[in-house]
Design a protein around this ligand. Structure first.
Ligand code: CP3
Length: 346
């Protein structure tokens, strides 16, 4: 047993904890009444992310309520395109909108030189949150992975098939590569600065990794993730990284073997026995309760939680969801989840 008081950091070093650490993707969000109240005080969503008083308060809300093992910076993956000078806004009830990049010439209008100034409030939020956390709670910084962020930058928002971005990557891979390379570089710098400001763990969200066939997934998702991990670790060799290549399926194996990350976030569809046998000897696993069980609650939730714990809890493991918590989740169901995970023993 190490003397490290933060369970999350112990699990990321490969320790099996007496009841795994738990945090939840999107743990600060609309399912919490206190979030909706704070959110109402900022005008638009990006404003809230870039106002330390509000972002600090929201980051700490789920910690105060549930005593989770980690706080995750309150921000969004689309803060990076915003910091690069692309127009980004959030429409109530619709989601993110961006002025889309349509031609390779549009990439040249992105201005990495602006990043440090625009993102300064994010670093202030991290510094101040870190001071507020007790000795058992870790602070997670994050960014979107290059492919997922590029998909929003090109599609101009969410998309059901990523047809415009994927077609571009297939038709003019060298053009697409210049955008991915810019995102690799700026994302690595952004994550390094988050660690400088107090983040102790980093998660890279590749929410749309699952839309690619094998070779393209390797090229547009695995290779950029590996390069980001390499760049971050060249500056901060000890900071653990969690990759979340959602939908990667059997290719999770390649991420475990070849990304340099300490942990993989499993999406809801990944079979537990396969993950334990194939991946858990190589990396710490995180996941993968179906977030809709926190809407359903009751016996379905209890059984789902038990299944995840029995499936993965005897190896290095971090309890989480398989995707972000939904606005319809019941706060009481989250409390019951935390209680059940805390009382489980391997
Ligand atoms: O986990 C946390 O609590 C930290 C904060 C966080 C947010 N977004 C806050 C947010 C994190 C880590 C994200 C990541 C993110 N953002 C991802 C990757 C994870 C995933 O869910 O796949 C993606 C794809 C985005 C882009 C994004 N931001 C979308 C598609 C939307 C609209 C959908 C939605 O849930 O509303 C957002 C908005 C957003 N990001 C909200 C929050 C709390 C809701 C904004 C509001 O208050 O109206």
């Amino acid at each position: 047993m190490s003397s490290e008081p933060k369970k999350l950091l112990r699990a990321l070093k490969g320790e099996v904890c007496t009841s795994p650490p738990i945090w939840l993707m999107r743990q600060a969000g609309r399912y919490l009444p206190e979030y909706r109240e704070t959110r109402a005080r900022g005008s638009d969503f990006l404003d809230v992310c870039l106002t330390p008083e509000l972002a600090i308060d929201i980051t700490l809300q789920p910690i105060r309520r549930y005593g989770l093992d980690a706080a995750i910076l309150f921000s969004d993956i689309l803060i990076l395109p915003h910091a690069l000078g692309q127009k980004v806004w959030f429409e109530e009830g619709i989601g993110p909108k961006l002025e889309p990049l349509c031609r390779v010439e549009d990439f040249k209008r992105l201005e990495p030189g602006r990043m440090a100034d625009v993102l300064a409030p994010v670093y202030e939020t991290l510094r101040r949150v870190r001071c507020e956390l007790d000795e058992g709670t870790a602070l997670i910084g994050f960014a979107g992975a290059p492919w997922t962020v590029a998909s929003y930058m090109i599609e101009g928002g969410s998309s059901k098939d990523y047809a415009t971005a994927k077609t571009w990557a297939y038709r003019a891979p060298e053009e697409f590569q210049t955008l991915i390379d810019l995102l690799v570089e700026t994302t690595a710098d952004y994550l390094i600065a988050q660690v400088d400001a107090g983040a102790e763990v980093l998660q890279l969200f590749d929410s749309w990794a699952g839309v690619w066939p094998e070779a393209a997934l390797r090229h547009w998702c695995l290779a950029p993730a590996r390069e980001i991990v390499r760049r971050v670790k060249a500056v901060h060799p000890k900071v653990p990284v969690i990759l979340f290549p959602r939908g990667a399926g059997l290719m999770y194996r390649d991420f475990a073997a070849d990304s340099g990350a300490e942990a993989l976030g499993l999406d809801t569809t990944v079979p537990l026995d396969w993950a334990r046998e194939t991946l858990q000897g190589k990396v710490t696993l995180q996941g993968n309760l179906d977030p809709l069980l926190l809407v359903a609650g009751g016996a379905a939730q209890r059984e789902g939680v038990q299944r995840v714990l029995e499936g993965l809890g005897r190896g290095p493991f971090i309890f989480n969801l398989g995707h972000g918590i939904t606005p319809q989740a019941a706060p009481d169901n989250v409390a019951a989840l935390v209680e059940q995970v805390r009382s489980w023993r391997p």
